[in-house]
Design a protein around this ligand. Structure first.
Ligand SMILES: Cc1cc2nc3c(=O)[nH]c(=O)nc-3n(C[C@H](O)[C@H](O)[C@H](O)COP(=O)(O)O)c2cc1C
Length: 170
């Protein structure tokens, strides 16, 4: 059984493509099981000690709609003892005041329910005004921007996965 559960939502496919890149970088589907949050129930989280959560920001600072629908169910999951890494897709130019907010909203909720955040990521190389995903001057997870910096995605994923592998201990 895969050790890591990756749960994602997407509107236009970018977050799904990134999820597959992350899976590949970890070593494939025997290591990382990918699950669409629209086809997930709370119990699906229980079997993993290591989780990856992927969500794009939509509608100016909001969760992607399937994550929006799942948000209250997050309170039914006990994340204590689980390490949780986050990634998000956003648009730092079009939505500079809400860049990656969804990643911050999910991280806050899951941390409140006991999850230990790993995979913090520096703000260097981005240009935006405000983000709910920034805490203590760094992103709470991997911030990707397919609208403006898609050429950086592969290398960002590569170095973030190397970091998270260590933090997960896999
Ligand atoms: C109507 C609309 C609203 C958006 N709002 C935000 C936003 O508030 N913050 C942000 O960082 N990106 C925002 N985006 C950009 C998307 O998050 C970005 O295009 C992302 O790659 C989409 O991912 P997906 O294909 O997985 O749905 C918005 C895009 C659209 C079209």
């Amino acid at each position: 059984m895969a050790k890591i559960g990756l749960f994602y939502g997407t509107q236009t496919g970018n977050t799904e493509t990134i999820a597959e890149l992350i899976q590949q970088e970890f070593g494939g589907e025997t290591i990382v099981k990918i699950q669409d949050i629209s086809e997930t129930d709370a119990g699906d989280f229980e079997q993993y000690d290591c989780l990856i959560i992927g969500c794009p920001t939509w509608n100016v600072g909001e969760l992607q709609s399937d994550w929006e629908g799942f948000y209250d169910e997050l309170d039914e999951i006990n994340f204590s003892g689980k390490k949780v890494a986050y990634f998000g897709a956003g648009d730092q130019i079009g939505y500079a005041d809400n860049f990656q907010d969804a990643m911050g909203i999910l991280e806050e909720k899951i941390s409140q329910n006991g999850g230990k955040t790993v995979g913090y990521w520096p703000k260097d190389g981005y240009d935006f005004n405000e983000s709910k995903a920034v805490k203590n001057n760094r992103f709470v997870g991997l911030a990707l921007d397919e609208d403006n910096q898609s050429d950086l995605t592969a290398s960002r994923v590569k170095s973030w996965v190397a970091q998270v592998k260590q933090e997960f201990g896999v």
